[in-house]
Design a protein around this ligand. Structure first.
Ligand SMILES: [Zn+2]
Length: 254
């Protein structure tokens, strides 16, 4: 009997390590969605087509990866639309029907001037800006699954499943490796792995409350990992450790 359900989401693709990553996931039979950056997809179109044909899902992570609170609404619309068109054309070239339109904001910044503190309940943010961008996504047919088996209160309280953009429940935080100022002491692969096997690891994105999290919780998880060149060498090891935790990686609910 598996511990609990997990959905794998990978941001910032495609980099030079993209093909190796999808090949490894394919070998391990792990479904995943790659939230891709438009301008990077233009550099590696064939790899994206291959990824689509392998059964992974390609989703929208903007064109240039800006913080949406720092750009105009017109730019925000353009970032989303331009990348949507690229994905559409790559699905056509792959001769695969696009299963869903999904979007995740760079840095978790919904453009509402909350500085990406997505889990913060007390920061109200700029509703007008947020609603405008949500409507751009809605009009293009973007959705976020309801994730009925994700039972975290902090997700429900912050209405994160009511938004059209994608959120996550567990950040692997491997992006913190090699940073000048590592977040919460996550400075190398070892500290990432140690944190993975903790019952209740701390997070770093705003308010999370006292709810039992990660292995201490029966909730399904939307896991956030990245396709970064700095951590190409660590990717397979992280995946192996996630598998050791007896998580059941399931298809993304389209
Ligand atoms: Zn990103």
């Amino acid at each position: 009997m598996k511990n609990k359900t997990a959905y794998l989401t990978i941001d910032d693709s495609p980099t030079s390590g993209f093909r190796d990553k999808m090949t490894y996931l394919n070998k391990k039979n792990i479904p995943a969605v790659f939230f891709c950056i438009g301008q990077l997809m233009e550099q590696r179109p064939n790899e994206i087509i291959e990824c689509i044909q392998k059964g992974f899902i390609i989703a929208n992570h903007s064109y240039t990866h800006p913080a949406f609170s720092k750009i105009s609404l017109e730019q925000a619309k353009n970032e989303i639309e331009k990348t949507d068109e690229i994905i559409e054309s790559l699905y056509q070239k792959a001769k695969v029907k696009r299963p869903a339109k999904w979007f995740r904001f760079p840095y978790g910044d919904k453009g509402d001037l909350k500085n990406g503190e997505v889990f913060s309940l007390w920061k109200r943010g700029n509703k007008k800006r947020k609603n405008y961008i949500q409507k751009v996504l809605k009009d293009l047919g973007y959705t976020q699954p309801a994730f009925a088996n994700v039972t975290y209160n902090f997700m429900r309280k912050a209405n994160l499943f009511e938004d059209i953009d994608w959120s996550w429940t567990f950040d692997v935080m491997e992006w913190s490796i090699n940073q000048k100022k590592p977040t919460q002491g996550i400075k190398d692969l070892e500290s990432v792995i140690t944190r993975l096997s903790k019952q209740r690891p701390s997070d770093c994105r705003g308010f999370l409350g006292f709810e039992k999290r990660w292995l201490a919780s029966p909730s399904a998880e939307v896991i956030l990992l990245h396709d970064h060149e700095a951590t190409n060498q660590s990717f397979n090891t992280i995946i192996d450790h996630l598998l050791d935790l007896n998580l059941s990686f399931e298809d993304l609910p389209t």
